[in-house]
Design a binder for this molecule. Structure first.
Ligand SMILES: Nc1ncnc2c1ncn2[C@@H]1O[C@H](COP(=O)(O)OP(=O)(O)OP(=O)(O)O)[C@@H](O)[C@H]1O
Length: 635
C-alpha cells in the first residue's frame, strides 16, 4: 500500500498523533473550539480509509450487484467474476509475501464474486442477499482490522502528517517524509532534505529520531539515495526478517550469468550478487569475518549456484583438509585439500588463463556448457603458501575477462592473508561478516560508518554487509543457509550433470589436472570420459588412474569408525580440557570428535551459554572454564 505525500495536518483533540509533539499554546488566551476545529466528514472518510475500507467495499459490491442484475445478467456476470477471481489470485501471488494474506485475498474475491452472481440473478435488494452481504462483510472485515499492516499503515500516516514537527525536534528542519510504503517488516520512505543536508546528517540523528518516534533502538535505518544527494531512504523495521535462520529454497541457477540470491536485507528485499556477466566478465569476491561468522555458509551457497548452472564448473581449495568443501566433491571438477594441491591448481589455472587468452574471440569470455566459467572457491585463503601468490595475482588480474572467477574466504582480510594488495584490489565483490573490531573490517567495506560489521550481533551468524555491482545498499543481509541435507540433495541431483572443461583449458591445465586426485567411489560418473573430453595417452584427461595415487597424501582421512553422539560430546570436552589455557580451535575439535563444523559450533554455543567454555586470547580459540573442569573432575 502506498501513501501519497501528505500535507502536514493539525490534529484535533480527539485525534492526537501517536507522537507527542511540542505544540505551544498561548495560555493567556485559551482557544475557543470553533467550527474550523471540526474536521469535515470527507476528510475523516479519507484519513481513516484503511479502517473503513471493508465498509466502502460492501457498498461497492452492493452497487455492482445492482448493476449486474440490470445490465449483465447471470451468465455474463459469472464470466466476469471468474476472470476477476483468477486475476486476483494471480495478482496476490506477486503482491503478497505471506501465504495467509494470499489466502485472505482469494477468499474475499471468491465471496464477492459469489454474491455478485447471486445478486445478478435475484437482484441486489433481495432481503436474504442483503443479510448475507452484511454478515460476509463483517466476517471479512475482522481479519482486515486485526491485520498489523493496516494498523501500521494508519500509524505511519500519522507519522507522515506529524513529520514537520518531528524534523524540527530532531534537527532535520525542512525535511519532508514522502513515498511511504508499508511492508511485512515495517515501512520505508524517502526523506527529502533541506538545502545543504545529506543522508549522512540523517544517519547521525537516527537514535534521536527513534526516541521521538518511540521506536526500539536500532529499528530505524537510513541510506543515501543513489540518484539524489538531498534524499535519504529511511526504513523502520518492526519485524526483523533476520531473526531466524533462513533456509535456502533450492532454486537451481539457469546460468552462471544469473545473479546469486544471497539472502534478504533487513527490509525483506533480496540481495542479489553477480558472479559473472557476459559484458564485464567474472566478479571476484572476498568473504571475510571472524570465525563462526558464516563465511563457509556463503561459500556453500555459491557452490550451489555454480553446480546447478549448466555453464559453470566448480574448482575448490579447502585448506582445512577438505572439512568444509569435501561434501561437494562428487560435483566438483577439482578439489584441493593440501597446500601442494592448491599450488598445482593455481599454476594450472594460470596456464588456463594463458590458453584462453590465446583463443579468445571476444573481449569477454562467453560462458556456455562447452566453454564453462571456472568458479574457484578458496576457503581459508590465509593458509595459501607464499609461493602461489604470483599465480593467484595473475589469475585475479586476467581471469575476469577469461571466465575464471575467484571467491576467497578468510578470517583475516589483510593483504598477506589474501596473497597481496594486488589480489585484494581485484576482489571487488565484498561480503563483510561479523568482526571483533571496526578497524579490522575497514579493509573489507569502504564505509564502516554506514556499515560496521563489528555491530553485527553474535547470535546472527550468516549476517553480512555486501558490496557488489548492483548490490551497493548499506543494509544488513542474512545469507540463506544451506544445511548438510540440502548440500547432499544438490550433490545427489547434479552429480554427473556437470559440463566438461573445454578442451583448450583441459590441455593447458596439463598433467596436474589430468592426474588430479579423484574419489572414484564418490564420482562413479567420471569412470567413463564425458561429453567433450579429450583422451590423452589412453587416459581421459580428467580421470586419474585409480591405481596411481596423487602426489599428495590421499584424500580420504584415515578411516575411523564414527563416534556415537555421546562419545563425540565426551571427545569434544576432553579436547577442550586437554587444550589448557591456550585453548583450541574449531578445526582441531572437528578432528577430535569426528563431526562437521556445524555440529561443533552448535555444541560450542551451548557450552559457552552454560559458561563451561570461553574464548581464549588467540583469535578463534576456545578454552575450558573452571566449571567444565569441576564437572569433569566430579564425574
Ligand atoms: N546463513 C546462516 N544462517 C544461519 N546460521 C548460519 C549461517 N551461516 C552460518 N551459520 C551458523 O554458524 C556456524 C558457523 O558458520 P561458518 O562455518 O559458515 O562460519 P565461518 O565464518 O566459515 O567460520 P570459520 O572461520 O571458523 O570457518 C554454522 O555452523 C551455522 O550453524
Amino acid at each position: 500500500m502506498r501513501t501519497r505525500p501528505t500535507r502536514p495536518r493539525q490534529f484535533g483533540r480527539r485525534h492526537q498523533p501517536v507522537i507527542a509533539l511540542t505544540v505551544k499554546r498561548d495560555r493567556r488566551r485559551p482557544r475557543r473550539r470553533d467550527r474550523s476545529d471540526v474536521e469535515p466528514l470527507h476528510v475523516l472518510a479519507w484519513r481513516y480509509r484503511y479502517y473503513l475500507a471493508p465498509i466502502y467495499l460492501t457498498f461497492l459490491v452492493w452497487g455492482g450487484g445492482a448493476l449486474a442484475h440490470r445490465w449483465l445478467g447471470t451468465g455474463m456476470t459469472l464470466l466476469v467474476v471468474l476472470v476477476a477471481v483468477a486475476a486476483a489470485a494471480f495478482w496476490t501471488r506477486r503482491a503478497h509475501d505471506r501465504r495467509v494474506e494470499r489466502a485472505y485475498t482469494v477468499v474475499v474475491a471468491a465471496t464477492v464474486g459469489a454474491w455478485l452472481v447471486a445478486a445478478a440473478c435475484l437482484g441486489a435488494g433481495h432481503p436474504v442477499l442483503l443479510r448475507v452481504l452484511a454478515v460476509a462483510a463483517l466476517l471479512c472485515a475482522v481479519p482486515w482490522w486485526a491485520h498489523h499492516r493496516i494498523r501500521s499503515q494508519v500509524r505511519v500516516e500519522r507519522t507522515v502528517a506529524a513529520w514537520p514537527s518531528i524534523a524540527e525536534a530532531t534537527g532535520l528542519k525542512g525535511s519532508k517524509l514522502v513515498g511511504v510504503v508499508v511492508n511485512t517488516w515495517g515501512w520505508t520512505g524517502r526523506l527529502t532534505l533541506a538545502a545543504g543536508q545529506t543522508a549522512r546528517d540523517v544517519m547521525t540523528k537516527l537514535r534521536t529520531v527513534e526516541s521521538v518516534l518511540k521506536l526500539p533502538v536500532g529499528s530505524l535505518r537510513a541510506e543515501p539515495c543513489p540518484d539524489r544527494a538531498d534524499v535519504a531512504l529511511v526504513r523502520v523495521v518492526h519485524a526483523d526478517p533476520h531473526r531466524k535462520t533462513i533456509l535456502w529454497t533450492g532454486k537451481p541457477a539457469r546460468s552462471i550469468a544469473v545473479p546469486l540470491e544471497v539472502g534478504p536485507y533487513d527490509d525483506g528485499d533480496t540481495c542479489r550478487v553477480p558472479l559473472f556477466d557476459q559484458v564485464t566478465g567474472t566478479h571476484h569476491a572476498l568473504l571475510a569475518g571472524t570465525n563462526g561468522s558464516g563465511k563457509s555458509g556463503l561459500l556453500n551457497l555459491v557452490a550451489c549456484h555454480v553446480v546447478t548452472a549448466p555453464d559453470a564448473l566448480l574448482w575448490a581449495i579447502d585448506l582445512k583438509g577438505g572439512m568444509e568443501l569435501r561434501p561437494w566433491w562428487p560435483v566438483c571438477d577439482w578439489l584441493a585439500t593440501t597446500t601442494s594441491e592448491a599450488a598445482d591448481m593455481l599454476a594450472a589455472l594460470r596456464a588456463v588463463v594463458d590458453a584462453r587468452g590465446q583463443v579468445a574471440r571476444h573481449r569477454v569470455w562467453q560462458s556456455s556448457p562447452a566453454a564453462p566459467v571456472i568458479s574457484v572457491l578458496i576457503d581459508e585463503a590465509a593458509e595459501l603458501p607464499a609461493d602461489v601468490v604470483a599465480d593467484l595475482e595473475s589469475v585475479a588480474r586476467r581471469g575476469r575477462a577469461l571466465g575464471v572467477q575467484l571467491v576467497l574466504a578468510t578470517q583475516y582480510p589483510t593483504a598477506n592473508a589474501v596473497g597481496s594488495t594486488q589480489v585484494r584490489a581485484q576482489l571487488r565483490t565484498r561480503a563483510a561478516f561479523r568482526f571483533m573490531k571496526t578497524s579490522e573490517a575497514a579493509t573489507v567495506v569502504t564505509d564502516t560508518a554506514a556499515t560496521d560489521p563489528a555491530t553485527i550481533r553474535k547470535d546472527r551468524p550468516g549476517c553480512c554487509f555486501v558490496e557488489a555491482a548492483g548490490a551497493e545498499r548499506p543494509a544488513l543481509v542474512r545469507c540463506y543457509w544451506v544445511d548438510d541435507a540440502a548440500v547432499a540433495q544438490v550433490v545427489e541431483t547434479w552429480r554427473g550433470r556437470q559440463p566438461a572443461l573445454d578442451p583448450v583449458s583441459a590441455r593447458a591445465a596439463g598433467t596436474a589436472y589430468a592426474r588430479r586426485r579423484i574419489n572414484p567411489e564418490e564420482r562413479p560418473d567420471l569412470e567413463k570420459p564425458r561429453r567433450g573430453e579429450e583422451v590423452e595417452q589412453g587416459t581421459s584427461v580428467v580421470v586419474a588412474e585409480p591405481s596411481e595415487p596423487a602426489r599428495t597424501p590421499t584424500a580420504s582421512p584415515p578411516q575411523q569408525s564414527r563416534l556415537t553422539n555421546e562419545e563425540a560430546h565426551a571427545a569434544l570436552r576432553t579436547a577442550l580440557l586437554a587444550a589448557g589455557n591456550d585453548g583450541t580451535n574449531v578445526e582441531a575439535l572437528c578432528e577430535a570428535c569426528g563431526r562437521r563444523k556445524t555440529w561443533v559450533y552448535r555444541e560450542l554455543d551451548a557450552l559457552e551459554e552454560q559458561k563451561m567454555i570461553t574464548r581464549a586470547r588467540r583469535h578463534g580459540y576456545y578454552r575450558a572454564t573452571r566449571r567444565l573442569r569441576q564437572e569433569h573432575d566430579g564425574r
